[in-house]
Write a protein that binds this ligand. Structure first.
Ligand SMILES: C[S@@+](CC[C@H](N)C(=O)[O-])C[C@H]1O[C@@H](n2cnc3c(N)ncnc32)[C@H](O)[C@@H]1O
Length: 388
């Protein structure tokens, strides 16, 4: 495998970095690592030494949930400082990956136009971008997944591909494919002999998690949808460059144009937390319509707060208020059986499970892919879904 200078797997669409651009990205990565490993632990010290006792004195009891810890920590200078640094590191990260994309945009547009190979791309310029994406720059990514700055734009696909690698510090593997690989490992382990003929990946972005399905079930027809045109153009050209056959289309997962019963397997990887409460239910209803009898839907996310110690839940919840992730909190309250029952599935078929990250790094290095910093030491993805 050819790799970029930072170890990311190389393909025709991946922006290259000059030495200066590489240094800038490495600086952001080091800053994030420093904040997660050296600065973030002080938040717990500040909580135990000052915020918790002060809350207990005022309320007659210690904080009992992540919301109460947030209130207790609201005026804590150490937390405010760390939080500001983390927000800044996030904005710096996008800037650091945008600079090479802007410099190379003509070449990236040309590579996208010239992409040849298997699979297909179907765009819908009339598709309405859901309000939950129009109203914020999600996780501070300028323009989100859908904004287009030039004709046939791919810029935000390129920004996302490079950005995720810096954000995850390479710990999602050279192809940023960890969530797909992990979900596949769980599906195979828990459904021996399952051989889906048609697979749909919802909210595929640039196809990081989609491509592993082509290798896991080589006989299957793989489809992938997203609302953002720039990420889909990039995904299509990237998949072609890597010789993978995926049929990408620009569609809202809440209401697609696929016929009833089209798929045996529907998956999503960190899609649900970026949709609204109503949308996540619409998506499950749509999954129910799209699945053939016996089909499975699996959504991969970070763990629900109820499964975490309350302090860890508080740290994981940082993104809700500080990283333009308005539905992060609500998505961490999902109860699979409840949503299954609301959306036409038999609640008895619903499941919630954990699967250890497929990307093989030492336990000590499995760190904190998400912002809170103290979460994720176990390197596990939370999977939930249902069977039709
Ligand atoms: C965090 S990214 C997903 C990353 C990707 N699945 C992966 O594993 O690399 C969330 C994606 O979901 C897409 N999305 C959000 N709401 C959607 C919807 N209602 N229908 C289809 N895609 C949606 C966004 O445009 C974005 O590309």
């Amino acid at each position: 495998m050819q790799a970029e200078r930072n170890g990311q797997g190389r393909h025709a669409m991946l922006p290259q970095t000059t030495a200066e651009e590489f240094s800038r990205q490495e600086f952001v990565k080091s800053l994030k690592l420093h904040l997660a490993t050296k600065v973030s632990p002080g938040n717990r010290d500040a909580y135990e030494a000052r915020a918790r006792p002060a809350y207990a004195k005022a309320q007659g009891r210690a904080p009992e949930n992540h919301g109460e810890i947030r209130k207790a920590m609201a005026g804590e200078p150490y937390f405010t400082f760390w939080s500001a640094m983390l927000r800044n590191s996030q904005e710096m990260m996008w800037k650091a990956v945008q600079i090479p994309v802007e410099r190379q945009l003509p070449a990236l547009l040309a590579a996208s136009a010239a992409a040849d190979g298997p699979g297909s791309l179907r765009l819908d310029p009339a598709l309405e971008i859901p309000r939950y994406h129009r109203s914020v720059d999600i996780h501070c990514m300028p323009g989100g997944y859908h904004s287009e700055f030039t004709a046939d734009d791919v810029a935000n696909g390129a920004v996302y591909d490079s950005g995720v690698y810096v954000y995850a510090m390479g710990r999602m593997g050279p192809w940023n494919a960890d969530i797909g690989d992990t979900t596949i490992a769980w599906i195979k382990a828990n459904n021996p002999g399952f051989a889906p003929r048609r697979i749909l990946d919802m909210g595929c972005t640039v196809g990081h998690s989609t491509l592993p399905y082509c290798d896991a079930w080589p006989e299957a027809e793989v489809h992938a949808i997203d609302v953002g045109a720039p990420v889909l153009r990039y995904a299509h050209a990237r998949a072609r460059s890597l010789g993978k056959a995926v049929h990408f289309s620009q569609q809202n997962a809440e209401a697609t144009d696929f016929p009833d019963g089209s798929f045996d397997l529907i998956v999503s990887h960190i899609l649900v937390h970026e949709t609204s409460n109503a949308a996540m239910r619409n998506i499950m209803r749509e999954c129910n319509r799209l699945l053939a009898p016996g089909g499975i839907v699996v959504h991969a996310e970070t763990p629900p707060y109820r499964d975490l110690p309350v302090y860890d839940a508080f740290m994981l919840d940082w993104d809700t208020r500080n990283n333009n992730e308005p539905y992060w909190s609500a998505s961490h309250e999902i109860v699979a059986a409840d949503i299954a029952a609301e959306t036409g599935f038999d609640p008895a078929s619903a499941f919630e499970a954990y699967q250890t990250s497929a990307f093989d790094v030492a336990e000590a290095q499995r760190l904190k892919v998400f912002q809170g910093g103290d979460f994720g030491g176990g390197g596990q993805w939370w999977l939930w879904g249902a069977r039709k």
